[in-house]
Ligand binder design. Structure first.
Ligand SMILES: [Zn+2]
Length: 140
């Protein structure tokens, strides 16, 4: 068993309790009482399978306060991807740019953005996408 497997198993026991005789857990994502969640070591990562609701691995991990990179054996981010993680002030700034403009559009769907506004919104959107992709251990 890998350390990633042991960590995931410990998190599942903490959140949903001990597994059944077959080693299956209750799925923390859809929250049923049946033992439908299987975990096993595969080539590159711990495989997580919810057999009843086909819950997404990211959602299951989020319910355990874990992220995708926690189940990959080689979870080192490339230098490029690591640079996508935004400092907190930049993250907050980008979120507020999107939020403010979304509210503006709700009030006036015909609002015309200036080229400068559009560039700022697109940049914020791209930076946020890259930030969250990198945060969940994704790579492009
Ligand atoms: Zn599920």
């Amino acid at each position: 068993m890998t350390i990633q497997y042991e960590n995931l198993k410990a998190a599942l026991i903490r959140v949903t309790g001990e597994p059944d005789k077959r080693g299956r857990f209750k799925c923390p994502s859809h929250g049923g009482d049946d033992y439908n969640l299987a975990i096993r070591d595969s080539d590159k990562k711990v495989q997580i399978t919810c057999f009843s609701h086909k819950c997404d691995g990211v959602d299951i991990l989020a319910s355990l306060d874990m992220k995708l990179s926690d189940i990959y054996y080689d979870n080192k981010l490339s230098k490029k991807t690591a640079n996508w993680i935004l400092p907190p002030d930049r993250l907050a700034r980008n979120k507020s740019i999107i939020a403010i403009n979304a509210i503006m559009l709700q009030h006036n769907p015909n609002h015309l953005f200036s080229d400068q506004d559009l560039r700022a919104i697109c940049k914020a959107k791209t930076e946020l996408e890259q930030h969250y992709l990198a945060s969940y251990g994704g790579e492009i």
